[in-house]
Write a protein that binds this ligand. Structure first.
Ligand code: 5GP
Length: 191
């Protein structure tokens, strides 16, 4: 998506060959108009997939996920990052390893907000190694709900996340796909 690629080139900061900072429009300060445009684009792609709910991982996925949920007319659920707790039968829980921080966290979803009838679209800000998305998939599958697809704002295509997900037959739609990057250099995939 040209709009997002241009924004990344203008305001994103490639720290090194692995980490892109987008604090000024996604991760810390949020550009609302851009988020609406990105949410609408994701909704356009997934509009015929029978989506009943959007799931996102707190916190950077919330803004585009809300915009997409508005466009599709479905609720949004936030998969919450919580410290490990004692077992609770009302919660689905799974451990995810954080790529950026090198730590693990517990991803949690209340059984009140998902049923086996749900067909869920997962939305997140970045796709890198696919750990966050895979954790979200595990939670949704624990609830016996089905997966409509995964919508990503920025995919680092040189990392293995996309392959892991599409090899499971999942529709992964990323609005910007980075082929290669380095300090102050970003190259997008052609397609
Ligand atoms: P994965 O689980 O696919 O390895 O990483 C996805 C998660 O890690 C995203 O939810 C995002 O929070 C974070 N992440 C991965 N790569 C980057 C990056 O280059 N920049 C930022 N800001 N976050 C990233």
């Amino acid at each position: 998506m040209k709009l997002l690629e241009e924004k990344i080139l203008r305001d994103g900061v490639a720290v090194n060959e692995n980490i892109l900072k987008v604090d000024s429009f996604i991760n810390h300060q949020v550009d609302p108009e851009l988020m609406i445009a990105l949410g609408n684009e994701l909704a356009e792609h997934f509009k015929d997939h029978g989506v009943t709910k959007i799931a996102t991982i707190e916190s950077s996925g919330i803004a585009p996920a809300l915009a997409c949920a508005m466009a599709l007319g479905v609720p949004m659920i936030i998969l919450k990052k919580q410290p490990s707790k004692t077992l609770n039968s009302d919660l689905y829980q799974t451990i995810v390893t954080s790529y950026t921080k090198g730590t693990s966290y517990e991803l949690t979803l209340s059984s009140k907000y998902i049923t086996a009838d749900d067909h869920v679209l997962i939305i997140d800000d970045f796709l890198a190694n696919g750990e966050a998305a895979t954790g979200a998939l595990r939670l949704i599958r624990k609830a016996h709900a089905t997966i409509a697809g995964i919508g990503i704002l920025i995919e680092k295509s040189f990392q293995p996340g996309r392959e892991k997900l599409i090899s499971q037959g999942i529709d992964v739609y990323s609005l910007a796909r980075i082929k290669k990057m380095d300090k102050d250099y970003i190259e997008f995939c052609e397609d």
